[in-house]
Design a protein around this ligand. Structure first.
Ligand code: 4AD
Ligand code: MG
Length: 429
């Protein structure tokens, strides 16, 4: 008999044989019977190891094995209401593969302790459900891009362009030259639209942000798209369609994870296009009316984004930020003061999840803005070539996967949206 997943063993009937393997999740013993709950990637199952029903060696090992020991079990299915999932296995064989030492993680542990032991904490039910949800999100994102005729591409993560500004870039010695860890794949995606027209990529992005907040990671997974022949409004349409597609599918196909994490699927079912659009200048007024001390030109922080999305069930767009507050590559609007951009802000205080814009085609305008940031213009020559050889209107956007997941999974802190969070002063384990 082959091993089966616990999910499948739980579907079996009274008296059927079963064979599973996994790790000890919980255990208690009463002299002649050991009750072991085993977990695998699909669920948990109670196993009854009775002294009189298994070999002496098997019983001794079951009795002595600690939590997190890895085991193989053979036995017979019994229906019992008291068991998780309503079924248990009465063991005929109980084989310990790896005895665990005393597991360091017990019930109430500090955040720091759990981060130090992240490699072990990843086995928790909570982290498992979050990681499953993230994998499902990626699957639905891929589906959407496929259906909408985008090509997935693989840009480089080592770059000589600090496209999102010099303040948050990691630099390193690249055989005698200064290179950076990528903050965005955007510029490379822009190069690729001239052959593929619509492209997307998923890469790690790096931001040396000195701020310690619940929504900043030093390294995060950046999902970016770039589209030829598309202006800012159509760019927003693509974003709201993609985000809605993912929300709807998560709501329908990931109920178990959502339920465990305390997110009502109905919250995600209502996420449908169109999303509300607010111009930056109106957002400033709204914020002033709500009592914020904020002026034209100021950037939004978390409290501002939270206030703007207050009472909303779906994300909103804030568009047309002042030129000075945004990156050099955003197209300047006809008013000369704002750019053709949009930030997508999630409800419930989760803040900005997407930054997108139409791209500037005027080389001089970009040079002027780059100089203000102290950038080395010659490293951008290749990028200006894209404007010199058959330029087209184009737009794109970047979504922070962990920010998106935080909202979907109702997480309190972005560190739990990724298995090995890179935080200010933490790159271990
Ligand atoms: O708004 P940002 O900086 O935009 C760009 O990088 C564009 N070049 C994207 C593009 O148009 N291709 O970053 C995009 C998104 C943000 O909206 C946010 O979700 C996420 O990336 N992000 C972070 N996520 C986690 N930790 C950080 N430190 C993040 N910084 C940005
Ligand atoms: Mg942004």
């Amino acid at each position: 008999m082959e091993f089966e997943k616990i999910r499948d063993a739980l579907k079996k009937k009274e008296g059927e044989p079963a064979k599973i393997r996994g790790w000890i999740y919980r255990k208690r013993s009463s002299g002649k019977i050991v009750f072991v709950v085993i977990r695998d990637s699909t669920g948990i199952m109670q196993v009854i190891v009775e002294k009189s029903k298994v070999a002496d060696e098997d019983f001794k090992n079951a009795d002595k094995a600690l939590i997190e020991s890895s085991v193989e079990v053979e036995g017979v299915i019994h229906e019992d209401e008291r068991a998780p999932g309503g079924k248990e296995i009465h063991a005929t064989k109980f084989n310990v593969i790896g005895f665990a030492k005393e597991f360091p993680i017990t019930e109430y542990q500090s955040v720091e302790f759990l981060l130090d032991n992240r490699h072990l904490w990843l086995r928790s039910r909570r982290m498992t459900e979050v990681m499953k949800l993230k994998a499902s999100m990626l699957k639905f994102i891929r589906e959407w891009f496929d259906e909408n005729e985008f090509w997935e591409v693989t840009p480089s993560v080592i770059t000589m362009n600090a496209a999102e500004g010099g303040a948050t870039v990691f630099s390193f010695d690249y055989f005698g030259q200064t290179a950076y860890l990528s903050q965005t794949a955007q510029m490379y995606l822009e190069a690729l639209i001239f052959s593929l027209e619509r492209v997307w990529s998923l890469t790690p992005s790096f931001r040396a942000e000195k701020s310690r907040t619940r929504r900043h990671l030093i390294e995060y997974w950046h999902l970016e798209a770039e589209e030829a022949w598309v202006k800012n409004e159509e760019n927003m349409k693509l974003q709201e369609e993609m985000v809605s597609y993912v929300c709807q599918n998560i709501a329908k196909r990931c109920k178990e994870q959502l339920e465990y994490l305390g997110r009502n699927p109905e919250d995600l079912m209502v996420v449908e296009p169109p999303f509300k659009r607010i111009k930056y200048k109106d957002a400033i007024k709204i914020l002033q009316d709500k009592g914020f001390d904020i002026q034209w030109g100021d950037d939004f922080g978390a409290p501002h984004e939270k206030a703007l999305a207050e009472g909303e069930e779906k994300p909103i767009f804030v568009t047309n930020f002042p030129v000075e507050s945004k990156a050099f590559y955003m197209k300047i609007s006809p008013d000369g003061k704002t750019v053709e951009c949009a930030d997508m802000i999630a409800p419930e205080g989760y803040g900005e999840i997407i930054g997108g814009s139409e791209r500037e085609e005027d080389i001089e305008s970009m040079i002027e803005r780059l100089k203000k940031d102290g950038a080395d213009i010659k490293n951008y020559e290749w990028y200006f070539d894209l404007r010199r050889y058959g330029s087209v209107p184009h737009s794109g956007f970047g979504l922070g996967l962990e920010r998106f997941l935080c909202w979907i999974a109702k997480l309190e802190h972005i560190r739990d949206a990724t298995p090995f969070p890179r935080l200010l002063r933490r790159a271990y384990p």
